[in-house]
Design a protein around this ligand. Structure first.
Ligand code: NAD
Length: 288
């Protein structure tokens, strides 16, 4: 997508952090913005702030864990702005802890928001983008935690790896419809992600998070990079139809180390006596 003027963006988790920063950058680039968020007060404040910056913005309370909620938000966006061209499936929450201590319902909560929320966003908005025929772009917020998996972050990493995997496939499927898909993979960014539990709904049961997880996150998050360059980088990524959008080039080594381990394991399997009985095979066609 080269021309942003007059285009319409829909951003989940738009009332805070990276989502709100994307709204500001998109607004400056001439886009109209619909902010969607589960937190009504923060949403109202964000809309007011953006209007003060002369951004053409509306807000809608939406919970990404509900297909119906996203569908209503999509209908409201169409009612307000007519079309949607860019969708940022950005809402996300964090949980983790030492092995065996993650509250069982936290697994469901993190999967519902971080993984299924992205599925529902894609499935709600892709048909709308296809219907207007002007092309479009999805930005699915994963994380560096979708590339490497530090211990103690398993629920979060599992969902962020899933966002990477799903988005890689969707990018290929949607390209013929002139719809791009980018995967945003930031390292630590200064936001309120370490306070995610403010949005943990009561239906996930009593909040029995192991002590220390949020506080162990707060220091790297609060000393993370500011949100604005991340949002500017997202705009570059949409413009160039980048599949992966990284914001922390200094973390490249961690990804290289992981892939070196994986490739070493392939080398080991190639030399394995157990497999040596098999005939030579061609790689399967995976359309990669
Ligand atoms: N901050 C970081 O260091 C960092 C790093 C990598 C990836 N991320 C990802 O960036 C995205 C944005 O997070 P952030 O860092 O700006 O944190 P944030 O807490 O400041 O913003 C997250 C937003 O998501 C909203 N939200 C939470 N649950 C929701 C739901 N069910 N439905 C709708 N909205 C909901 C929150 O109200 C909040 O406005 C997340 O996906 C997060 O995992 C953050």
């Amino acid at each position: 997508m080269q021309d942003f003027t007059g285009k319409v963006a829909f951003i989940t988790g738009g009332a805070s952090g990276i989502g709100l920063a994307m709204a500001k950058v998109f607004g400056r680039a001439g886009m109209k913005v619909m902010l969607a968020d589960i937190e009504p007060a923060a949403l109202a404040a964000a809309v007011e702030e953006l209007r003060g910056l002369q951004v053409r913005v509306e807000g809608v309370v939406a919970d990404v864990t509900s297909r119906d909620s996203l569908k209503s938000a999509a209908l409201e966006t169409i009612a307000k702005f007519g079309k949607v061209h860019v969708v940022c499936n950005n809402a996300g929450v964090g949980s983790g802890g030492a092995f065996g201590t993650v509250p069982p319902k936290d697994w469901a909560w993190v999967v519902d928001v971080n993984q299924l929320g992205v599925v529902y966003g894609m499935e709600t908005f892709a048909p709308l983008m296809m219907s207007h025929g002007e092309g479009g772009h999805f930005v699915n917020t994963a994380s560096m935690a979708g590339m490497v998996s530090p211990p103690g972050m398993e629920p979060y990493c599992a969902t962020k790896f899933a966002v990477v995997a799903m988005s890689e496939g969707w990018a290929m499927q949607l390209a013929p419809h002139d719809i791009g898909v980018s995967i945003l993979c930031p390292g630590f960014v200064k936001t309120r992600i370490h306070e995610s539990r403010r949005n943990r709904p009561p239906e996930y049961g009593p909040d029995s998070q192991p002590p220390g997880f949020d506080s162990s996150l707060s220091s790297p998050v609060l000393t993370g990079i500011p949100v604005e360059p991340v949002a500017e980088r997202v705009l570059e990524g949409i413009r160039d139809n980048d599949l992966y959008i990284f914001t922390h080039p200094e973390m490249r080594g961690a990804v290289e180390a992981r892939f070196q381990n994986i490739l070493a394991a392939f080398d080991k399997s190639a030399a394995s006596p157990a497999l040596s009985v098999l005939p030579d095979r061609a790689p399967p066609e995976l359309n990669l």
